[in-house]
Ligand binder design. Structure first.
Ligand code: SLL
Length: 153
């Protein structure tokens, strides 16, 4: 048996992208109160495929949403919705079975509104509002099969 493996880290980008709905072109069947369409996501840096170590992601939305807990079992790990308000999204990352690791949770503040700069101009143009963060997920003592998976990726 080789010596125990060292710590390994993987990189993710997580966050949200939101766009004001165009009043003259609203998706059918959505509540009249909804002002934005948004997506929350977890993805690899430069859109690298991360499914070799990430098995699924549970997105927990605000309780005003029907089925607020959304499990996404394959890439792209994202949820798209419409709504009117900002809230904290919980993203629980579940790892592949070889990992033998507990899920890890990231929190993201869904951002719908630009707070600085050319607010009115952005509304007018319906620019997408992107809010994303970079995170390193660290496995301090990965079991050997998972170490191999992480090394091969
Ligand atoms: C706020 N604390 O008051 C926040 C809550 C909740 C956002 C925001 C509901 C969508 C639906 C929706 O947009 N909730 O109707 O299902 O700003």
């Amino acid at each position: 048996m080789p010596a125990p493996a060292g710590a390994k880290r993987v990189k993710v980008i997580y966050g949200s992208i939101a766009k004001p709905l165009d009043p003259s072109n609203r998706p059918p069947g959505i509540s009249p109160e909804h002002t934005h369409q948004w997506s929350v996501f977890v993805r690899g840096v430069n859109d690298e495929d991360i499914s070799y170590w990430l098995k699924k992601v549970q997105f927990k939305l605000h309780e005003t949403y029907t089925n607020a807990s959304r499990m996404v079992e394959s890439a792209p790990f994202e949820v798209t919705e419409t709504g009117w308000g900002e809230f904290e999204v919980q993203m629980k990352l579940y790892f592949v079975p070889e990992a033998n690791e507990k899920a890890q949770t990231l929190w993201h503040a869904l951002k719908l509104h630009p707070y600085v700069g050319d607010v009115e101009g952005q509304k007018e143009r319906r620019d997408p509002i992107v809010s994303q963060n970079f995170e390193e997920v660290i496995f301090s003592e990965p079991v050997e099969p998972f170490y191999d998976v992480l090394t091969s990726g």
